[in-house]
Structure formats: C-alpha cells, structure tokens
Ligand binder design. Sequence first.
Ligand code: NCD
Length: 304
Amino acid sequence: MKHLISPTDLTVSELSGILDLAEKIINDPKEYSEACHGKKLATLFYEPSTRTRLSFEAAMLNLGGSILGFSTADSSSAAKGESVADTIRVISSYADICAMRHPKEGAPLVASYHSSIPVINAGDGGHNHPTQTLTDLLTIKNLKGRLNNLTIGLCGDLKFGRTVHSLINSLVLYEGIKFVLISPVELRIPTYIKEQVLEAHNIPYEEVDILEDKMPELDILYMTRVQKERFFNEEDYIRLKDSFILNSKKMSKAKDDMLVLHPLPRVNEISTEVDSDPRAAYFKQAEYGVYARMALIMKMLEVE
Ligand code: NCD
C-alpha cells in the first residue's frame, strides 16, 4: 500500500497518470460520480485550512464516497495529549483513506508508519504539500498546455512556503525548467532545496529581491503569502509581510500569456485589481484542486 507524503513519492509517469485522469474527470465528471461508492475519506486537520480540506471532501463526495474527520486540533483528542500514532491506528478502522495536515514537519510520515490505510500529506509545517503541487501542475498543464520549457518565478516566502518546496521538487523532473526565486534575503529558499534538488538536477536558477525587473522573462509567476504562523517573532513578520505586492503596473511588464498562480489564501501580496486580468489564474487553480484530488483518491484506492 502506498502513501503520498512527499512530492518525490511520485515519478513523472505516476504524475502524468494522475493529471491525465484529472483531465478525463474534468471532461466527463458524471462518469466518475460513483467511482468511490462505499469508500470513506477521513480528513485529519490539526492546522487551519479552507481549500485543501474542503476540496478533499468535495472530491470524495463527487466520487460518491463519504467523509468524516476533524478540522482543528482542539476538537480532536490531540487536545488531551493523544499521539498522531495512536490517532491514526484508530482512524484506520474507521476510513479507507485519510488526508492529514499538521503544523509539525514529518507528522504525516509518522502517521504512515502506524496506518493500515493510505495517508496523504495535506501540508506538514513548512515542509511539503504534495496535493497542492498536483493542483499547480494540473493548472499549468491545462492553461499553458505544457509542463516543460517554462521559466517560473516563485515569489514571496520561499523559506517557510511548503507549496513552493513541493512544486520545485516535482517541476525539476521536467525538461527545460528555469526558476527565478524572488524573495527578501531573510526568506530565501532553504539551502537543502538548492543543493539537493535544484543543483542535483542541474536546474538553472537565480535568486533576486526585486520582482519588476524579472517580470518580462516569466511564463509563470507563483505568488505566495508570507507564512506568519511560522515566524519566531512578530516584528520580523511585520517588517517582511509587504515585501512584494503584485499590481496592474507590475503586470503591464509581463508577457501576454504569463499566468499568475497563488495557492491561496491571499493576504495582500496580490492587489485585487489583478483579479480581473485574464492572466490571473489563482481562482481557476483552486477549482482544479478538486479534480486533482479526485484523480489522486481514485489512484490510491485503485478504483480506476
Ligand atoms: C497553502 C498552505 O496551506 O500551505 N494553502 C493551501 O493549501 N492552498 C498556502 C498558504 O497557507 O499560504
């Protein structure tokens, strides 16, 4: 049995299997409306979420399955001191598959060691978020038509942003990928990602702290929120939170077919005036999250 803990758990051919199935679902959702009849998904969320949890639940309901779970640590027995290991042992007998979000890096991996059902990492601290990556890849593939030969700007909190860490890990598997890493010096991408992922795959990248100059080069601009909850002190957060604000003036320097992605939630790093720009793809991206998760659930439950 297989879990999805890290984006590197999926090979290019497994990724394309999931993305192809997601596209089939988009084209004919009715065909899949009973695919998971009789199956249950548990969502174990120890950290806040809107899109990830609700799109997981919508995905399972769209497949004719059912859902159960909790959405805050304090509404579960974690508040009484129960370990993730004990919780998952029990949930394994209540559900067929589970999605877990946890503030501690590695918690879903620990859960997978004690689980008899597939565990999906729905975000672990500042580490990984593989199902957001599936969503991002599906969005890029569908709206750009390809996953290779792309210059991708990743902008904002590259230190704590788990969606960025996961996306890099998967995109390095495709040909002709270049990254422009745009962040304040304090929020640069962790060294282990530079050395073990980017450099290990010979991926060209540059680190800059100004967005405007790089706009004309980008095929994709992936904006991110400064991850307030992972800062050690409020002063640093306040100093860094408005480092980058994407507005219409900056968009005027971008290619006509550049796409703006954002995993959401947005705070103020994208001005709302950008929402009506045809290149703004972040709400469409959130919609694709349901299809990506439907495809993933089907693959993991082997119900295709
Ligand atoms: C992201 C997350 O939780 O890491 N949100 C999401 O899952 N769509 C991004 C964020 O919280 O900034």
